[in-house]
Write a protein that binds this ligand. Structure first.
Ligand code: SAH
Length: 398
């Protein structure tokens, strides 16, 4: 595979600024012309109309993100380059003390680590690669080789997400593996709990590592309290609330039956008996709970991404409004609302405004106690604000 440029992408003069400022996504609308007929997955130079070199990246005519940029210097995008990026990313997690043998960590977080389109999560001594770009699909062997050298894992599994596959023209369905593949879920440790993670068929790479610290922050508020965990997946918030936080009882809901089965197994594995896991649509469940007069001291809402693109923003904001309104309706006065949004297109400001709107509507004051984000193995890159996707606000509702 060629590491040197096989084409040039000329940027419209009025659209040049973000790339000089090192934003890594060149969308089709910013492009004046593509020269040299680059192939999808090939290296291209991004240049101004005057022909000045701006950056180097990987081309994909099938994606709305036509070029993903990796360097603003004249250097080759070869194995050495990727190795250095991966080593730098891993070194950060090492410094953060996140490489304990039984735990799980995000080792590579796409744009935030200068590797747009590549996610690598470590679960004990297994690695799961989430391939989010065609460029990295074509370079999977190289990436796996580097990861083997740097981490010496027992096995590596590469997976891709259905939506992104079609957006990027990625062919990889099912998975590609190197070394051992765990026969079933493996147990990782988080906050002293053993959590089962299915690396092969679980959501994303198997577990939501970004919420690690938010689970602990939530658990600090729940002692002796009645907790509702909406969108609980395999029980992350619930189990930490019960065990670490000593909640009185927890009711937890998720629409995925598979997730609930794993959640129940996780409870049993850890001797947790005061969490009730149920399969249900969160909106339906909240409405029924409200009608039945059930009230809680703490409500956690951690829905999936509502805005998949900028055009979906108004719709997503309405959904966040409705959901948080329902959550507050089942919250006792003085209770805590832990509310999350993982849509990259919804800003912190947007989310404030949603909660403001809800507060107006229900005529209850909302005090924001903590404005949290993702755990530090998911850094936010200032030059790519889309990496600031997770908002987690801990509020008191009077
Ligand atoms: N809080 C979880 C992560 C939640 S991810 C944790 O800490 O691990 C979002 C979850 O919402 C997924 O598990 C998904 O199965 C679930 N989900 C998606 N749509 C839903 C709906 N309408 N009702 C309930 N759960 C839903």
């Amino acid at each position: 595979m060629s590491h040197v440029s096989c084409g040039r992408v000329v940027i419209r003069s009025d659209r040049l600024r973000p790339f000089i400022e090192r934003h890594p996504w060149v969308r089709a609308t910013a492009i004046e012309v593509v020269e040299g007929n680059p192939h999808d997955g090939g290296v291209v130079d991004v240049v101004s109309r005057q022909g000045k070199f701006i950056a180097r990246g990987i081309y994909n005519s099938q994606s709305q993100i036509r070029v993903r940029l990796y360097t603003w210097q004249d250097e080759s995008l070869d194995e050495r380059f990727w190795r250095e990026r991966i080593e730098t990313a891993v070194a950060l997690r090492e410094q953060l003390g996140m490489l304990s043998p039984y735990g799980a960590t995000r080792l590579v977080f796409s744009e935030s680590d200068g590797l747009s389109g590549l996610i690598v999560d470590r679960y004990r001594d297994f690695l799961v690669i989430q391939v989010n770009s065609l460029g990295f699909e074509q370079r999977l062997e190289t990436i796996a080789r580097i990861l083997r050298d740097v981490m010496s894992p027992r096995g590596i599994i590469a997976r891709s997400d259905g939506d992104i596959r079609s957006q990027e023209g990625i062919a990889l369905e099912g998975m590609v593996t190197w070394g051992e593949v765990p026969p079933g879920p493996i147990l990782i440790q988080e906050h002293g709990l053993d959590i089962g993670v299915d690396l092969l068929t679980g959501q994303k790479t198997g577990f939501y590592l970004d919420q690690r610290d938010n689970r602990l922050a939530t658990a600090r508020l729940v002692k002796g309290k009645r907790v509702l965990d909406m969108f609980c997946y395999t029980g992350g918030f619930s189990l930490v609330a019960s065990r670490f936080g000593q909640a009185k009882e927890v009711w937890a809901f998720d629409s995925s039956e598979k997730a609930i089965i794993m959640a129940r197994a996780n409870a049993e594995q850890n001797g947790v008996t005061n969490v009730r896991f149920e399969v249900a649509d969160a909106f339906q469940a909240l409405k029924s709970l409200r009608e039945q007069g059930e009230r809680f001291d703490v409500v956690i809402v951690d829905p999936p991404k509502f805005a998949s693109g900028k055009s979906r923003l108004p719709e997503a904001l309405r959904a966040y409004h409705y959901l948080n309104r329902l959550a507050i309706d089942v919250l006792n006065p003085g209770g805590y609302l832990v509310t999350c949004s993982c849509s990259g297109y919804v800003t912190r400001e947007d989310f404030f405004n949603v909660l403001f709107g809800v507060s107006q509507q229900v005529k209850r004051d909302i005090q924001i106690l903590e404005q949290r984000g993702a755990a530090p193995d998911h850094p936010v890159l200032l030059t790519c604000r889309e990496t600031h996707y997770l908002k987690c606000f801990i509020c008191r509702v009077l």
